[in-house]
Design a protein. Structure first.
Length: 291
């Protein structure tokens, strides 16, 4: 999976979630008036300020800034290096200069999947914050950067989309569980489909190593959904849905198919049974009963 553009997969998952809350997510960001573009994820709100509902689904660190544009540099395989910090500084500089963005309207985050070892925070000039897994730059060259370590973020619903890409299996499993329990997957079938695809490619020794794209992940998720639906007992499948949700999928004549006359009328009052009949039809029926 070394030739996978992980920032693109992260961007797609964030986009599927945040599009419901008027937040744009871009995975190719124009830094200058001419190429090159950067392998970076941009979150940009449409509203003047972050709303409570928007912040609700942003990860720790991201949800605590007032900047309207968030630059996310995601390192899945490379880990934390001085080069990664310098690269994000460059992205920040060119994005603000070319787009004429105010510095206080742009915030920068370096997202790291693999936990660095040793006294890395002293070495690179970062200090802990009040949020587990979030570190703030303290030196003049990195003070605009926050580092998010995915293996250390709390397994809360608002961190789940990022923690799905954590490298420690137990942290990853906790993130997927938080996704399922939070109601995020119920926002759209696409979120559930993409999440299932991600879970599948992260299972060890089950799939060939190849370049995963968002569309391939979606296809894999759909295959899993189809397989589960086909193999699940009908009673178990129906237990996840309310009767009215199931019946709403069928035409009235389909709903009544297979029922006896008595079953169709069961539970109706006399007035309800006669509703829709004309006086003439009722009289004709009564005359028929007399004869």
């Amino acid at each position: 999976m070394n030739n996978t553009n992980w920032h693109v997969l992260l961007a797609r998952l964030l986009a599927l979630i945040l599009e419901h809350f008027n937040v744009q997510v871009l995975s190719e960001v124009q830094l200058l008036t001419d190429p090159p573009k950067a392998d970076i994820v941009l979150l940009r709100r449409d509203s003047l300020e972050w709303t409570e509902e928007q912040r609700r689904w942003l990860a720790d660190g991201l949800r605590h800034t007032d900047a309207g544009q968030l630059l996310l540099e995601f390192k899945y395989t490379e880990g934390l290096t001085l080069s990664a910090i310098r690269q994000l500084n460059a992205y920040d500089y060119f994005y603000c200069e070319a787009g004429k963005h105010q510095l206080d309207d742009v915030a920068c985050f370096l997202i790291i999947a693999r936990t660095p070892q040793g006294d890395w925070n002293d070495k690179f000039g970062f200090t802990v914050t009040e949020w587990p897994g979030v570190y703030q730059g303290t030196e003049i060259y990195n003070q605009r950067i926050k580092i998010l370590l995915l293996n250390e973020l709390e397994a809360t619903p608002h961190n789940a989309a990022l923690k799905c890409f954590a490298t420690k299996r137990k942290e990853q499993d906790a993130a997927f569980a938080a996704m399922s329990n939070s109601g995020l997957e119920q926002l759209s079938k696409a979120i559930e489909q993409f999440t299932l695809g991600l879970r599948r490619i992260f299972m060890p020794h089950t799939l060939p190593t190849e370049g995963w794209t968002p569309d391939k992940v979606m296809e894999l998720g759909q295959e899993l959904m189809t397989a589960v639906i086909k193999s699940a007992p009908v009673e178990e499948f129906l237990s996840y849905h309310k009767p009215e949700e199931i019946l709403s999928r069928y035409q009235p004549e389909q709903r009544l198919s297979g029922l006896t006359k008595e079953q169709r009328l069961a539970g109706l009052t006399n007035e309800q049974r006669l509703a829709g009949l004309t006086k003439e039809q009722i009289r004709a029926y009564l005359e028929k009963l007399k004869n």
